[in-house]
Write a protein that binds this ligand. Sequence first.
Ligand code: GDP
Length: 553
Amino acid sequence: ASAKAVQAQQAAEQAAAALTAEVLEREVGRRRNFAIISHPDAGKTTMTEKLLLYGGAIHEAGEVKARRSSRSATSDWMELEKQRGISITSTALTFDYNGCQLNLLDTPGHQDFSEDTYRTLAAADNAVLLVDGAKGIEPQTRKLFAVARLRGLPVFTFVNKMDRPALNGFEIVEQLEKEFGLQSFPVNWPIGSGDRFVGVYHRPSKKVVLYEKRGQAGRSKGATKAEYDLDDPDLKDLIETDLWEQLQEDVELLEVLGDELDLEGVMAGKVTPVFFGSAMNNFGVELFLQTFIQLASKPAGPAQTRSGVAVSPSSPNFTGLVFKLQANMDPKHRDKVAFVRVVSGKFEKGMKVRVARTGRTVTLAAPQRMFANERQTVQEGFAGDVIGLTNPGAFAIGDTLVTGPTLAFPPIPTFSPELFAYLRCPPNQKKPFLKGVEGLLGEGAVQVLYNTDDYITDPVLAAVGQLQFEVVQYRMKDEYGVDTTLEPLSYTVARWVKGGWAVLEGVGRLFNTTVMKDVYGRPVLLFRNDFALQQVLGEHADKLGELSPYALP
Ligand code: GDP
């Protein structure tokens, strides 16, 4: 009888394992995780709103902004946000569409963006490049695109504001090729622009979809669509002759760009599907969403661990990557939220995980996520999901969380700082000052460098955005009670010397170069501008060896 019991037990376990595998496959398969990269004002907030609208997560456009401001009004930490009229917090929004679960990682779009913006991209599987049709590719898009490229993310391009006078579609296609080396595959193509924007030609279905102007379409998603074949005689009556002729011509020209989508090219980040529309007028967003869920990469996460082991998103053991720490999101608790991207397995509320770095076991008791900008408690999660955890002190950026064998994902790269300043404090506040610097450094709020002369002990803050300085000063005062002053330095370029001090000594004196050290004591070269760097390279490239714009892990 006991042999039978063992057999039954084994059968039950096998059945459970099979079921788990099936659930994992299914859940991972329906997830799409992405970040929008754009220049401020291109329409990211509007686009987000419309995506949530289609996902049924909100019911009226305008809610995202309304909630955002009501939330920041109640939070003193958000005071800074409010003063500046920007969003410092960057999290993930979750919504469903046609059976898929979409996780939109929200990257702050203000020009004072910070390293968090980059880190968020490190947790994304796809990038949506949002371009203002009138302006084309803008500076901040370039910076963010470089990170997406570094990670080889598939890129989907949405050209927005077609209801305003816009560049010719072919000009945009050319910019993508020239600036980013991206080959375009237009999925739809605009017919006119500005006041004469009448709709798009949808290439896969070979249909012309006419756009209904705002007054008729209203704010809800229920805008009716009129579809026509390209050679439908009615179409000729509906749109002006020159637009009609232009369309016929464009369609022929588009054939040159190929009529087969190279999916492998998309996955490799070499070919970008391109869409045109107007987020504000709710036109083209759903066409985008429909194609996006078909083509976007499923959760991939870090492909390998540091030791080169591949981790499958649907493997049964839970693993997660801490990619961002956010302090004091909730003013009632001085808490810190660690944002974790699930890389594999199933996340469950209350589960115990090990932090690979420290070996500590932590219970994940109050996991949260943002559903259409509202905090919710998470019961379970799968690869591609982003979960907020409030376990102060347990986590650092780049930590790997595991349930099975210990493994660690590659560190999240730090990003090349472009702004530098001494941070100083009154002599009698040295102690809390040092504690504060250490705390903020540990959270990754800012990078810190030190003078090579040991008697100059004030830290040099190194940041990618001005906002990071303001956050540091604000929190120094608010959390550590220290009044700091900032003394800006006029460097804009930093390079880490891979060969270390030995190499640097071999080179001798470098003109127009300041040498500092990072928190690990490694040499960093600072230059006023790229010209100064190029001069030094011109003279000493061979002896200096490899220089890195990033701190080495
Ligand atoms: P963000 O800074 O990228 O988040 O941009 P917003 O979504 O806040 O949009 C910036 C401005 O552009 C706002 O005034 C929007 O109403 C406007 N906008 C967004 N999408 C469109 C569009 O499709 N057409 C037009 N004409 N304006 C738009």
